[in-house]
Design a protein around this ligand. Structure first.
Ligand code: OSB
Ligand code: MG
Length: 368
């Protein structure tokens, strides 16, 4: 696909309700959309970095900088044939996976539109709908958390994830477990503990949790191995798995028993699929994480989550859990069995509302 013109749109989208993790609270979600025009077609992608370097060192600013000044000059005017070709062309740029992944997503969208294939078909996914849950942020008080979780369960979510941080961990998980003894429950620390301070998490082992997500440092794989030996509950790595190579390290070191795949974090859908393909024969369940995506990234997550190894519910909630207004004409809704349908149209299978893009954009960068 000849990349004739590439446009970047930094967006700021107001969230339906604030979202708080161990690294802070946000009321709006930023991201950068990538629009690629090629051979009469338009492909869209989403770069998932946020305004601040909390979850990742990448930000809206670094995304624009890396794409504009380094990645896109390697691509504009070039014929990029597939994801492997794309990865080769940008391999000289270290890191910045969230930025690169947004461009790879737009390439998949173009390839699918050219060939009349959905992203699901191209990746080899089979499920018509995927199991999903909801990720509930830290709340101002335990009672509010229990009430909030209750509302999501009433809405139809059958798997709940709660965010934890030091001082707001075992007590919160116990309260939710007491109120909802049967619900599939998991916790996410977003790297808020060290091997020493993680001792406090041991009582979580008695709460029948599906998993404990990323308790230790984001660049750590070895201490997670030590912690996993002390816990019966599976550790699931998120931040630490930044490539298929890191997934292999984690499997070989037995640092976790489950992996959260976010195509953005690992540098693109192709890299996420590679991790899936490695974990499936190894008997390591994977699930699709979320980054509060717009309809564009959500469509992409649904497609990869339909691969057979994604055996745990994804952090892919319905559109109305995040945004009153989205940048796609399609909105994703929750089925009564806590699933969301996988898009079937060519490429990502969504139609972008360009007026909404312009409305939420606070800048625009064009390269041709
Ligand atoms: O750690 O999984 C995470 C959101 C932004 C950054 C990191 C994370 C999250 C979530 C929300 O947990 C998942 C979602 O609903 O998109
Ligand atoms: Mg996480």
């Amino acid at each position: 696909m000849k990349f004739e013109k590439i446009t970047l749109y930094p967006l700021k989208m107001p969230l339906v309700s604030h979202f708080e993790t161990s690294f802070g609270r946000i009321y709006d979600r930023e991201c950068v959309l990538v629009k690629i025009e090629s051979e009469g077609l338009v492909g869209w992608g989403e770069c998932a970095a946020d305004r601040d370097p909390g979850y990742s060192y990448e930000t809206t600013g670094t995304t624009l900088h890396i794409l504009q000044d380094f990645a896109l000059p390697l691509l504009v005017g070039q014929d990029v044939t597939d994801a492997a070709d794309f990865q080769r062309r940008i391999s000289q740029i270290r890191g910045h996976h969230l930025a690169k992944a947004g461009v790879e997503m737009a390439l998949w969208d173009l390839l699918g539109k050219r060939d009349g294939k959905s992203l699901q078909q191209m990746l080899g996914g089979t499920k018509k709908a995927v199991d999903v849950g909801v990720s509930v942020g830290l709340q101002d008080a335990t009672e509010i958390l229990v009430k909030t979780v209750g509302k999501f369960i009433e809405t139809g979510y059958r798997r709940i994830k709660i965010k934890i941080k030091p001082g707001r961990d075992v007590s919160e998980a116990e309260a939710v477990r007491r109120a909802f003894p049967e619900i599939k429950l998991q916790v996410d620390a977003n790297s808020a503990y060290s091997l020493e301070t993680a001792d406090i998490l041991k009582p979580l082992d008695d709460l029948n949790l599906l998993l404990i997500e990323q308790p230790l440092f984001e660049d750590d794989i070895w201490d997670h191995h030590k912690l996993q030996k002390q816990l019966r509950t599976p550790i699931c790595l998120d931040e630490s798995i930044i490539s298929p190579r890191h997934a292999r390290y984690a499997l070989e070191m037995e640092s976790c028993r489950i992996i959260n795949i976010k195509p953005g974090r690992v540098g693109g859908l192709s890299q996420g699929k590679e991790i899936h393909d490695m974990c499936l024969p190894a008997g390591i369940p994977v699930w699709c994480g979320g980054m509060l995506e717009t309809g564009i990234g959500r469509a992409s997550n649904l497609a990869i989550a339909s691969l057979p190894g994604f055996s745990l519910p994804g952090d892919i909630s319905a559109s109305d859990r995040y945004y009153r207004k989205d940048v796609t004409h399609e909105r994703f809704s929750l089925n009564t069995d806590s699933t969301i349908n996988v898009p079937t149209g060519p490429g990502l299978g969504v139609n972008v509302d360009e007026d909404a893009v312009e409305q939420f954009a606070f800048g625009k960068v064009e390269l041709q």
